[in-house]
Design a protein around this ligand. Structure first.
Ligand code: ADE
Ligand code: ZN
Length: 333
């Protein structure tokens, strides 16, 4: 099954590029930038990756991204990710990044964006991985800050395809950003939001009704609300599910209890993603492997998840059809 998963063509739709910052690279860039990390070694840093909720992780994640200073740093970070997933049959990536996490510590909007973007352009040339960039607003910050970030993005519509919402969910409902997302929509950006990771199903309803999301990032808690499930199924709103993230952040107590099989049984359009792989113990293939067992090691279901990843992407119908045909050819063998 591991071999089947390794060769299965797939897309990644929920991946924070800052969450791919491996400790080895973090130490290397810290040295290059003359920064002293508050950890003695790669091993000590790894040991700190013990989280009991989302906020524990976010504290360490924001500390880690502080090492990223130059355009070259963002390039190197993105390139390391691409080199890794090029070997995992990943054909298309839609990458999140947190501009406010950089601008607020003095790194310009363009420095982060250009570094990430130029690595993705090179990755498309060298590995044939197509891509999109989605910038996320940090929901623990206020509406004004999000408006300012959206303004900065307007000059870069050639590079940024969408806007999302991430960071601390509890106490920061989608409604807080209704007006910002209305403007982003008017400006032609695709719309997604993290909702229902730790937050209640009402946050998912708000993301749908107030932000008009095209996909829900995570969406796990929809299962607490049968009416919401019915709606998500009827409208076939994609849920970008992240299995290893869910167990690492204690959203799910054990992989054997992961709701993905239940989601598929109900007819929800879910697929598998890696979220912050450097922190959660695995990239896309490891996430597929983690749930494969509870899906009965069923190749058809794994292929359905891969197809869902492509049909939920912000790409043309032709591109979707091409990728789906590739998955079908692969399972016919
Ligand atoms: N930022 C990076 N990863 C995140 C997650 N899983 N939830 C919310 N914000 C995030
Ligand atoms: Zn996420």
């Amino acid at each position: 099954m591991k071999q089947f998963i390794a060769g299965l063509p797939k897309a990644e739709l929920h991946l924070h590029i800052e969450g791919t910052f491996e400790p080895e690279l973090m130490f290397k860039l810290a040295e290059r930038n003359g920064i002293t990390l508050p950890y003695e070694s790669v091993e000590a840093l790894h040991k700190a990756y013990d989280f009991s909720q989302l906020q524990d992780f976010l504290d360490i994640y924001y500390q880690g991204m502080n090492v990223l200073r130059t355009e070259q740093d963002f390039y190197d970070l993105t390139w390391a990710y691409l080199e890794k997933v090029a070997k995992e049959a990943v054909r298309h990536v839609e990458i999140f990044y947190d501009p406010q996490g950089h601008v607020d510590r003095g790194v310009s909007f363009e420095t982060a964006l250009n570094g990430i973007h130029s690595a993705l352009v090179q990755g498309e040339k060298e590995f044939g991985i197509s891509f999109g960039i989605i910038m996320c607003f940090l929901r623990h910050l206020d509406e004004d800050a999000a408006f300012g970030t959206l303004d900065s993005a307007l000059a870069h519509k050639d590079k940024i395809i969408g806007v999302g919402l991430d960071s601390s969910e509890m106490g920061h409902p989608p409604s807080k950003f209704e007006r910002v997302f209305a403007k982003a929509r008017d400006e032609g950006f695709h719309i997604v939001a993290h909702a229902g990771e730790e937050g209640p199903p009402e946050y998912i309803v708000e993301a749908l009704d107030l932000l008009n999301v095209e996909r829900v990032d995570h969406g796990n808690t929809c299962l607490q609300d049968p009416e919401l499930v019915k709606r998500l199924v009827k409208e076939q709103i994609p849920l970008t599910v992240c299995p290893l993230s869910n167990t690492k952040l204690c959203v799910v107590d054990d992989m054997k209890n992961h709701p993905l099989p239940e989601m598929l049984k109900l007819g929800l359009k879910a697929m598998i993603n890696s979220d912050d792989p450097a922190y959660f113990g695995g990239y896309l293939n490891e996430n597929y492997e983690a749930v494969s067992g509870i899906l009965g090691d069923d190749k058809e279901t794994l292929a359905l998840l891969a197809k869902n990843s492509f049909t939920s992407a912000f790409i043309s119908q032709d591109a979707k059809d091409g990728f789906v045909a590739e998955v079908e050819a692969y399972i016919k063998g």
